[in-house]
Design a protein around this ligand. Structure first.
Ligand code: GLC
Length: 799
């Protein structure tokens, strides 16, 4: 069953059946103001922090589904019938009203046709200001004149989400609202600058600032009393709950269309006035929207592909890049699953996100890398979860103590102990830094001085050495890296036990560091860490091979995890993909391990994380044994490691296999299978229920997952084989045998590469020849700014 389709030309996903089984979400805002909205305009807005600076309220995981939102109600003043421009909250029967939603890049559009009125509401954040714009059009498609009243509605939130949800004796009495010159002001009384405004480009015929006056006793957003009666109460006051309702009465001649602009922004009424002056005209609104489109055009044009796989094309050219960008911009704590109760950056998540898209967002990736370096301890581990603001030297202290501002803990309390360190966290950063330099050529970055979380400072290069030394040092009884609080798998809690995955990850990080040090002629370091890498590889091969696959680890009391003798958790995806991906596994063992992965973990929706799932709690392995079988880390198709398997397959030259894995997970291919999948087909989800669960195939947690970055990275760098290097662009695809040809346009270091790859002999890997503007080369050279070149690659046996 399908609920919509991809509109590639407009870069939108169109939901033409809005009665979805779960919310399909989208993100608006590209800088400080951000909103998460579903297909019926349910959702919330915040400024900088979803936890500390909420603007609108959301009642998540509730009934009716995911509300309230940023709504526009319409009322026929002759018949007293009313509805909403998005299907919810009024929810007119779908056989009487036609509804659709278009989720685009940083905007969503809600479209409705009902009883001779066509209406549309577009939500986006102005790129230049912290202002959410609602661009609304209402057209009379009837043959007779119509009298229509329009009502906006948002419910304001107390800034601090925790207080908003729990501490009503605070939140209910510390906020107020007023109406002045057509503008509503929401005021968090004791907070300096604790204001929002709601304005429009018309002179309102009525307003309501008090939520309960708008909704009415024993009514809900589905049937607000003000809309039902058609009269605003013009409420405003200090204390209690506040909302933004502006009413506009329209008399529409047949065929007449009216466009209304609403603005929800940061700042008080006078700022609202300024913003209204700036954005009350359509040209200014159009300019902002065009600027937003251009922002995304610039990112997308960095890499465009045309291959025989439609899912790969649409997702790489558009949606997976978009999802990866959302993760770099907003991290993990603003969605309908994480509704703002946490904030900040996760060390490993952010490092991986930043590694994957330095081509489309070099500034933000660098900013993230610097934030992570500042959150590194001198011991060499990262702070697992932290607020970048803790380390911001330019941070201004708040002149007063209030519970609604970001609390800054004492230095001593935010630097956690090694017992809370995750063994993998900082290792990812090595990959992020090396990839950033390969993309941008900014070698001087490694000499920049950056502070440590627990005091002192050092160059980026020194930070890298501390990271590697920490992992080399923190080895367990068998010489394998300790698992500590957790490794990539949050639910594998090995403490002093050992993690195969971390050892392979360390090998991968060391190899990258050695490459960088070698390139920069820091020969002693290159030699020293190459020796470490060799040593780790040998220990891994000695200790971790189980005959047909690599084990997952060793508990603190010396029991191996993930061996052929286990009846639960017999084989794990992370250790086997990383053995191959890191280059530590021999080709022979790698191929055997990959066969085992396929045999034990493959499903029609992708690879499961482990099998068979655990059913008996075992705290020496960790929390994973206490998760329901087939769910999340315990035997679900956990999406994030799936791209590791694509990359691993490519390292073994198995291009057909890599694309089989790709296609199984690819949400695009699930577009017509929503009765099973339920979630959106334009976004990777954190997990898909595994075979051990009756919901097998259902996907959960869209957008906020490291899958996006890794899917993008693995498919472009390993399958399509476009790999930036320090001094040139490497082309080394690994594709299905039956692909005859594909093409790529890549913008790299200012030059444009138009690349065509032909595969006349039906191979999976290997280059017979590569010509740049007709001349043979091994690697594509760096072009001068703005220059273009044509590259012809013929796959086959070299020579
Ligand atoms: C979640 C976490 C991520 C972790 C993964 C596996 O996605 O955000 O950090 O690696 O789960 O446990």
């Amino acid at each position: 069953m399908r609920y919509g389709y991809f509109d590639e030309e407009n870069r939108e996903y169109v939901i033409d059946r809005v009665d979805l089984p779960v919310s399909w979400t989208n993100y608006i805002g590209t800088k400080d103001m951000c909103g998460v909205f579903n297909h019926t305009a349910g959702g919330y807005l915040f400024y900088k922090f979803p936890e500390y600076h909420r603007i609108t309220r959301f009642r998540p995981n509730s009934v009716p589904m995911d509300g309230p939102g940023h709504y526009v109600y319409l009322r026929d003043d002759d018949t007293e019938d009313y509805w909403s421009v998005s299907w919810q909250p009024v929810g007119k029967p779908l056989d009487k009203a036609s509804y659709s939603c278009r989720h685009g890049f940083s905007y969503s559009k809600y479209i409705c046709d009902y009883n001779g009125i066509h209406a549309q509401q577009k939500l986006f954040v102005a790129p230049d200001d912290p202002v959410e714009i609602w661009d609304v059009t209402i057209k009379n498609t009837d043959i007779k004149p119509r009298n229509i009243s329009v009502y906006s509605y948002v419910e304001f939130s107390f800034h601090h989400i925790d207080m908003d949800n729990r501490n009503f004796q605070m939140s209910l009495y510390a906020a107020g609202s007023k109406y002045e010159n057509g503008i509503i002001e929401h005021d968090l009384y004791y907070e300096e600058n604790g204001y929002q405004f709601f304005a429009s480009n018309f002179k309102p015929d009525g307003y309501d600032c008090l939520r309960d006056s708008f909704i009415g006793d024993y009514h809900t957003e589905k049937n607000p009393i003000v809309v039902e009666k058609g009269i605003c109460t013009n409420s405003q006051d200090t204390t209690l709950n506040h909302c933004g309702c502006l009413q506009n009465r329209l008399a529409l001649a047949p065929g007449e269309e009216v466009r209304l602009i609403y603005l929800l922004g940061e700042g008080n009424v006078s700022n609202g006035k300024k913003m209204r002056e700036k954005y009350a005209n359509f040209e200014a609104v159009d300019n902002q929207f065009n600027k937003l489109s251009k922002f995304w055009d610039d990112k997308c044009e960095k890499l465009q592909i045309q291959t025989p796989d439609e899912g790969l094309n649409t997702l790489t050219n558009q949606w997976t890049l978009y999802q990866s960008e959302i993760n770099v911009m907003f991290s993990r704590f603003s969605s309908f699953v994480e509704v703002g109760g946490r904030t900040g950056l996760g060390y490993r998540d952010t490092a991986q996100d930043a590694m994957c898209i330095p081509h489309s967002n070099p500034q933000k990736c660098k900013q993230r890398i610097v934030e992570l370096l500042q959150a590194l301890t001198t011991t060499g581990y990262g702070l697992h979860l932290f607020e970048p603001i803790w380390f911001d030297k330019n941070r201004e202290d708040q002149s007063f103590k209030s519970p609604t501002v970001v609390p800054v803990p004492d230095k001593e309390s935010f630097v956690h102990d090694i017992k809370d360190a995750c063994a993998d966290d900082a290792l990812w950063l090595i990959g992020a830094i090396v990839n950033y330099i390969k993309e941008t050529g900014e070698f001087r970055f490694i000499d920049e001085t950056i502070t440590y979380a627990d005091g002192g400072e050092g160059s980026v290069y020194e930070h890298m050495i501390r990271i590697l030394d920490f992992s080399i040092r923190e080895a367990g009884a068998n010489g394998i890296c300790k698992g500590l609080r957790a490794d990539w798998n949050d639910c594998l809690n090995l403490g002093g036990g050992e993690s195969a995955m971390v050892s392979f990850l360390l090998y991968w990080a060391l190899k990258q560091f050695v490459e960088l040090a070698g390139y920069l002629a820091r020969t002693n370091d290159a030699k020293k860490y190459e020796e470490n890498a060799e040593n780790i590889k040998n220990v891994c091969e000695d200790v971790l091979w189980d005959g047909k696959w690599y084990i997952r680890g060793i508990t603190a009391d010396g029991r191996k995890i993930g061996t052929h003798t286990d009846t639960e958790g017999k084989i794990h995806l992370e250790s086997n993909t990383w053995a191959i991906l890191s280059g530590a596994a021999s080709e022979e063992r790698g191929k055997i391990a990959m066969e085992s992965v396929k045999e034990h973990l493959m499903t029609k929706y992708g690879l499961m994380l482990n099998a068979p799932p655990y059913t008996k709690p075992d705290d020496s392995i960790g929390f994973v044994t206490r998760v329901y079988p087939g769910v999340k880390e315990n035997g679900a198709v956990f999406s994030h490691p799936n791209p590791w398997a694509w990359a691993a397959a490519c390292n073994l030259g198995l291009g057909t296999e890599a694309m089989k894995f790709y296609d199984a997970l690819c949400p695009y291919h699930q577009n017509d299978n929503i009765d099973v999948r339920q979630s959106e087909p334009y976004s990777y989800c954190q997990f898909i229920y595994g075979t051990a669960h009756s919901y097998h195939g259902r996907a959960r947690h869209p957008f906020m997952t490291g899958t996006a970055g890794w899917a993008y990275f693995a498919s472009t760098q390993y399958i399509l084989g476009i790999q930036p290097d320090f001094d040139g662009l490497i082309i080394d695809p690994c594709i299905p045998k039956d692909w005859k040809e594909f093409s790529i346009v890549r913008k790299w270091r200012g030059g444009y590469y138009h690349i065509t790859v032909k595969n006349p002999d039906g191979v999976e890997k290997g280059i017979r020849k590569m010509l740049i503007d007709g001349n043979p080369v091994d690697k594509l050279p760096i072009l001068a700014e703005g220059n273009e070149c044509r590259v012809e690659v013929v796959m086959g046996v070299a020579g």
